[in-house]
Each structure stands twice: as structure tokens, then as C-alpha cells.
Ligand binder design. Sequence first.
Ligand SMILES: NC(=O)c1ccc[n+]([C@@H]2O[C@H](COP(=O)([O-])OP(=O)(O)OC[C@H]3O[C@@H](n4cnc5c(N)ncnc54)[C@H](OP(=O)(O)O)[C@@H]3O)[C@@H](O)[C@H]2O)c1
Length: 264
Amino acid sequence: MQKILTIGAGRMAQAVISGILQQEEETFQVIVSNRDNLERLAQVKESYGVETTDNWKKHLTSSDILFLAIPPREQENLLKEVSPYITNQLVFSVAAGVGVKELENQLPDGTAVAWVMPNTAAEIGQSMTLYALGQHVKEMHKNTLETILRGIGPAQLVCEEQLHALTPITGSAPAFVYQVAEALGKVAMTKGIEEDVARKLVSQMILGSAQMLSSGQTPKDLMDQVATPGGSTAAGLKVLQVEGIEDMFEKAIEACLDKNKQVY
Ligand SMILES: NC(=O)c1ccc[n+]([C@@H]2O[C@H](COP(=O)([O-])OP(=O)(O)OC[C@H]3O[C@@H](n4cnc5c(N)ncnc54)[C@H](OP(=O)(O)O)[C@@H]3O)[C@@H](O)[C@H]2O)c1
């Protein structure tokens, strides 16, 4: 059984831990640590039945995997502390913007590292996760990481540059979808229904549409199925096109990328 030490016990750590514990093909021993919030550690212990510790140093050398789930700004200092205890563990981090190269630079030569970028749907096992691997990752590390990530939804291996470039699509764009949901919900409420009914209509419409997309049909085919030429949906689509919806999304993604460059 492989031993995973998790540093960080927040939302993302808990989503991944919950996924790990549901794995059937491989079992892991999970030990969770954080900075100083003992109440949160107690809650994690009670919710997931895992071991917790306020002293990760005691566990790191005997661990096979180190999972870092702490804020990006904290990671550089933590890596300095962690580094002397690294022997041959796989180290993976979910910190936004802090990629494989930074991990490799701050850890001993030869350390197997991975950078993983889930989204908030990890909490319900439906993340679209991107991950990039360092140069020292072996097949066995990759298999282990993929087993861990399966617990939070589908994952796609990309190179580090692509991970930076695609994070707005998988990580930020859920907020764009929620904005669409909010806008449509507001319109629905003007037709005389309560907010909860409006939310149900819109969320089920998005869920059904996402499942249709997952079935392999292209967005264009699906649009054509809904919009008969000259019909009412076609009239609505035309407004979106005239208003420049594609351009708008492109600009929104570019804005995320620009901001990432400034922050990290
Ligand atoms: N939430 C998301 O949807 C999401 C998506 C993709 C990536 N991420 C990444 O996931 C990471 C964690 O995010 P989160 O949403 O889980 O944050 P969070 O809920 O605020 O949890 C942060 C955790 O990190 C711990 N921590 C902070 N500094 C530490 C230090 N110096 N040493 C040890 N532990 C430390 C905190 O300890 P205490 O409990 O003691 O405060 C807390 O348990 C971030 O890097 C973020 O970029 C998050």
C-alpha cells in the first residue's frame, strides 16, 4: 500500500482525498497535515477517517507520495522546508500557476514531480483536470498519479506550456458557464417563476447539453439539431453571433492568461 502525505487540508485537498478513498483498484494510506488549523484537521479526520498530523516532517521520509495543496504564495517556502526530506517520493502540486519547472528547481535533482490543475467540480468527482509531468517521472509514478486523479474525474496529460495556456478553459471557464446560468435564470424569472425553479430549469438544461456534448457530437451538429433554419433558436443564435460571442470568449480567456502572467 502506498503512503500519501498531504500538506494542506482545504477544499482541493479534501476533494482529492475523497476521490482517493473511493478508488477500488489501489488502496492508499493517507496522512493529512496543514499549517496550524487543528479544528480543520479534526474535521478532515472525522469526515474521511484518515490519519492527520501536526508534524508532517515525521511522515515525509516514509511516504511514497507528497501531495501539496497549499496556496501558491506559500509553496516556495514550503518546498525549501520539504526538500531535505525528499528521497525518491513522487511530489505533485495543485498550486495555480506554479508549474513543473518551479517544482523541479526547488526540489533535489532527480525528483519526480507533477503539476496538476483540477477545477472546482473535483468536489463532486467531475473535474476536468489537466496535468503535466516532470522529466524524472517514471511509468509507475504516472500510473499512480492517474489512479489518484481518477477519483476527481477525467484527466488529460499535457505539456507544461499547454497547462498554463489551457487553465482558463478548464479552470476559469466554469465561472463563465455560471455567468451564463445566472443571466438565463434572471430572464426566466421575468416570465413569472421563482428563483429556485429558474435555477432548476437552467441547471438541467446545461447538464443535458453537457451530456449531449460528451456523447461525441460536435457543438455545430448539436446547434443544428436545435436550430431549424429560419426558426426561433436560429434567430437567437444570430443575435449572439452579431453581438460577437466568439470574440467575447476569446477576449475573456486572454484576460485570464494576462492576469496569470501578472500574478505568477
Ligand atoms: N479550490 C479549487 O477549486 C482549486 C482549483 C485548482 C487548484 N487549486 C489550488 O489548490 C491549492 C489549495 O487551494 P484550496 O482551495 O484547497 O485552499 P484552502 O481551502 O484555502 O486550503 C489551503 C490549505 O493550505 C494550508 N496551508 C496554507 N499554508 C500552508 C503552509 N505554509 N504549510 C502547510 N499548510 C499550509 C492551509 O492550512 P490551515 O488549514 O492550517 O489554514 C489549508 O489547509 C491552491 O494552490 C490552489 O491554487 C484550487
